[in-house]
Design a protein around this ligand. Structure first.
Ligand code: 5MM
Length: 338
């Protein structure tokens, strides 16, 4: 592999033991849904203003090592004409880019999904690199039912993640591999643990078949939780079952596991990450975060599309980033929410 030094440098910058990743890579349909919940119209300019607000938050670099951007943001600039990727890179935050092209049903596997975007990926990665991106992200989603994911769903989604990751490393870009087991439904936490193990084992089998170097990638998984329509499991149980499934499935060569929040409330995701780190044994992976909603939610509500709300919104983001950072150390307490 010709890009080893570059890949290792990016890993060193992203995995420093005390910072996580901000996911700000919502596609246009997703950000439109989030904006609509706070009565903000989604346009190129409102999206630029919102992301400028997030990325110019003072002190963001204290808790955030990397930001996953959406393709459009990579080309946008702040009010002073500074490209947004440069705005963060000069403060020691690595710019990354979501490279998948959305998802749809997987033919032959009713209930399962598959993500699009492999065609032309090498060319796109070269372009993103020129625009400042040093890492990428691709998400596969797994709805849970008594029958899903099917064996075909498990293998097809794992192949996509592995082909994407191999392509990224070939271009000197660190891949974040994101298999998201959806929280939607009334499944038990036991069923969630079973599915997570199946998913991670299929993914790591495919990554190894495709020659992906595990030291030069990050895993962005969901946590093992009960479905959102079932009773919420306490953080200790989430941590215990998540760690057990990880130990059974994820090689220690992977340097960091950066969890998504997946629709958990911000305080819930933070408490679960904290419990994970309190139970984490020495020598295991770094257990960090790559939250979107659990970092941005309160900031978006405070912002409401208004310039005068920017300081309050940035304070809300800075607080969530700091609390997530404390959870990485196992030093978060719910009383800190006040
Ligand atoms: C699961 O979504 C990812 C993490 O976000 P949460 O912490 O809110 O769960 C997130 O990075 C996601 O992949 C992006 O928002 C892009 O999503 P879409 O659906 O627009 O591709």
């Amino acid at each position: 592999m010709s890009h080893r030094t570059e890949l290792q440098d990016t890993i060193n910058d992203l995995v420093d033991g005390h910072r996580g990743i901000l996911a700000a890579d919502e596609s246009n349909p997703t950000i439109a849904r989030r904006f609509s919940a706070v009565e903000v119209e989604s346009s190129e300019e409102t999206r630029r203003a919102y992301r400028q607000m997030l990325l110019s938050t003072e002190g963001l670099e204290d808790a955030i090592a990397g930001v996953i951007l959406y393709e459009e943001t990579l080309r946008q600039s702040d009010d002073n004409g500074v490209p947004l990727p440069q705005l963060i890179a000069t403060r020691g935050i690595v710019p990354g880019i979501k490279v998948d092209k959305g998802k749809g049903p997987l033919p032959g596997a009713p209930g399962d999904m598959i993500t699009y975007g492999l065609d032309g990926l090498a060319d796109r990665l070269q372009g993103y690199r020129e625009q400042g991106a040093r890492f990428a992200k691709w998400r596969e989603v797994y709805p849970v039912s008594d029958y899903n994911p099917t064996p075909l769903g498990l293998s097809a989604n794992a192949e996509m993640l592995a082909r994407y990751a191999a392509q990224c490393q070939n271009e000197g870009i660190v891949p974040i591999v994101e298999p998201e087991v959806l929280i939607k439904g009334d499944h038990s936490i036991t069923r969630s643990a079973e599915v997570h193990e199946q998913v991670w084992q299929a993914v790591f089998g495919a990554l190894q078949r495709h020659g992906v170097v595990l030291e030069y990638m990050l895993l962005k998984p969901s946590m093992v939780t009960a479905g959102q329509d079932a009773a919420t499991a306490p953080p200790d149980q989430v941590a215990e079952l998540t760690l057990r499934a990880l130990r059974r499935s994820v090689p220690l060569a992977v340097p960091s596991i950066n969890f998504l929040s997946g629709g958990q409330a911000p305080a819930e995701a933070t408490a679960n990450l904290n419990a994970l780190n309190q139970r984490r044994a020495d020598g295991l992976w770094q257990l960090s975060f790559s939250f979107a909603r659990a970092l941005q939610g309160p900031a978006l509500e405070a912002w409401h599309g208004k310039t005068e709300n920017v300081p309050e919104a940035q304070a809300a983001l800075a607080l969530r980033a700091r609390l997530s950072q404390l959870a990485m150390q196992g030093k978060y307490a719910p009383s800190m929410e006040r």
